[in-house]
Every structure is written in C-alpha cells, then in structure tokens.
Design a protein around this ligand. Sequence first.
Ligand code: PMP
Length: 432
Amino acid sequence: MNYREAVDNRKSMIFPGIRTYYQEPLYIVKGENQYLIDYEGRKYLDFYSGVATACAGYGNRFISDEAIKQLQEIQHVPTLYLNRPMLELAEMLLGLIGRKDYKVMFCNSGSEGIEFLMLLSRLYKRDGHVLSFSNGYHGMTLFSNYMTGIQSWKHHGDVRLNGGHVETPYCYRCSYGLKPDSCGMECALSLKKAINQMGEENFSGFLFEPILGVGGVIVPPKEYVKTVAEIVKEFNGLLLVDEVQTGMGRTGKWYGFQHFDIVPDAFCLGKSLGNGLPIGAVVAKDELADLTAGVSMYTTFGGNPVSCAHAKASIEFIEQENMLKHIDELGVKMVKNLEGLYEYHCVGEIRGLGLMLGIEFVKDQVSKEPDPEIAHTVFNKLREYQILVGIGGVHKNVIRIAPPYIITEEDVDIFVRQLGKVIDSLKSNRLL
Ligand code: PMP
C-alpha cells in the first residue's frame, strides 16, 4: 500500500475522530531501537515512544523473543484457568512496590484500568464520589472519560456519574495567582473544600496522575501530594493513582508515586507496561482487592500470556540494563541542556521528571500568554529534522518529550541542538 492509498483508505475506512499527528501523517513501517522508519525509509529519532509506550525501544530482541516463544506455546489462556506468565508478572509488579500487602488484576488498556479502579471505589463505597484534577486525562471509555478534566478530551456530554474535579496544582499558572513558596497549598485545600461540600459520607476517593501527561507534563509539588494524601485519609477516602504514563520507570522510579512519600490504596498501569503490546493492570491493597471476592469478574484478554511474557521481559530488560539510573541521569542532563533555551522569550517553562519532560511555549515570559501556534510550529519543524515529539497541555502549547529509555547522551545532544536550531529559525523568520 503506497502513501496515497494509505491516506485515502484511512480516510474512507477509519473513524475520523481517531486523529493523526501532522498535516501529512507519518506512515510508519518499521522500528529499530529509538528510531521509527517510514514507508520511504526515512529514519526518525523518536522522542515520544508512541505516546510514552515503547519504553524499551522498537524491535528489542531480548523482549520480543520472549513474546514469540510464548506465542508459539499458547497465545490465549482465559482467566478461568491458571496462567504462568500472568502469575509471574503479578509477582514482579508487586515486588516493585516493595510491600507484600497488594494484589493485581490484569486488563487491556489504561482506560480499562481506570474503569476497574472506579469499580473498586464503588465496592468500597456504593454511591461514593471520586474527585480528580480539572486538567487530568484518564481515558476514552465512559467512566475514565468522565474522570478526565481537560475539556478538549471530554466526549460524553452531560453524562452524570459520581465524581467531580478539583484545581490542578499547576504552579506555572496558579489559578489562585499564588507563588509555590508562599501559597499555603491553597489548591490542596480545594480538595478539602470539595469534600466538605459533598459531605464526607459521599466521598470515596481521589484519583490523580503523579505527573499530568496529556495535561501538559505538570509536576505537582511534593508538599501538595503529601497534603492531599493526608486529606484523603482524614476523610476515609481512597488514594487512587493513575500510573498509566508515569509507571514502569518513565520518571526514573518504577512508579511515579514513589517520588512522593505516599502509599496509594490502588493504582493502574498501561502503556509502558507492555512496551507496546496491549496490557493494563490494576494493583490494589489487599483489603480493597479482597472486596472483589463478592463479585464475579472476568476479562477475556486480561492477563493474556503473550502480553504478560512481553511485559515480564520488558521489566527484566529495564532491571538488567540499570535503566532507572540511566533515565534519571539523562533526564537531569536533558533539562540542564534545555535550560539554555530560556534565552528565547517564547520558552515559558521546562519541567518534568526522568524521561517525562515538557516545554511550555508562551508569547513572552512575562505575560505567560500561551502560544499554541509556536508550539505547533516547533512540533512540525522537528519532524522535518526527523525528530518526533508530542504536543499537549490545556492550552495545547506544551511540547511533550517521552523518549524510549534506551536513548543515549548523544541522542539528547542531537535533540537539544536541533530544537535550538528550530527555535532560532523561527526568530530569523520573524515568527518570534
Ligand atoms: N491515563 C493516562 C494518564 C493516560 O495518559 C492515558 C492515555 N493517554 C490513559 C489513562 C488511557 O490509556 P489508554 O489510551 O491505554 O486507554
């Protein structure tokens, strides 16, 4: 199928709501480590990992060989039978928390993981409400989309489920106009106000991303997370963490919540868990997981042995290659090198943890007026330089950086240099 046919077929056969990046979409036919290759053999340095998913890179033989072996043995075992790769993966995931009082269930995607978190919250408190961030993203299915706060991603109209949203701790654009060192954590207190408003008896939990991904790579202050965790406990709610983007090492720790001194009641995983094969998981404290003993649960593909074998090998690879240290070091290096870009007045803020970084573009550093146009121009120009990144944020003005963990220092240098050139070219073209 040539390029034109691929574009035309997509247009005539695929739901138009399923968006592609770029005016002329990329037609990818192969992946090699940190590179994607298009139908004409052009090689792109991928600094987005297919939306923070192909964490150990493309065509990683160490990982794919395990999936192939499993595929040749047996490709499907329903949850009605015992399944070795699933049980071994569960043991690994629990081991990464460093505690023994959790249990796991597997599903197929991040959205589905959120649905099961919501099911747990309802088993905990029948008609309880879960609160989440106004700028958060949690998926496309009915409940996960309801918990999503970002308006541009909310698609289910005025469906009323139990729950609501609270202020996002977005310090660069504090909705209270306060400064992080003297704000008194006003945004954390907004959670308390919301709970008081609904009444403690109606509150069942708080769901949040340790770093908001789609919302524009927003890192909540440590103090914020500690305070909300205390508030949730005080009001007998569940601390529910969406680790779909931050999980499996992306931020330099296995789970994003491990940066903050908190103990979640439950969290869900997706994306990097399977290094690109579809798999999701929900991990919950024993007492919460055990509530499901009273209901019958089944998912046809949850715990699929091929996905589990792939996920297991991906974790082994990350461990053997000491990737967490590498992610941490490269993340620090990248931020340090990117900071040179502050000389351009369109660069508002560079932020993130590990290899989950964002650059927020603004009209100028004083007014901080969002500049989605410049962000899109940078995004498109980087593609011309054969570098792929993502774009997001509530104002659509944040370049999202989430490369496979296997990138090298040299890749970081190339990326920072090319990004600098792109921004500089905008200046000479008087776009800045
Ligand atoms: N939660 C977060 C934080 C996400 O980033 C995403 C996907 N972008 C989801 C949930 C939904 O995951 P999926 O697309 O696998 O359903």
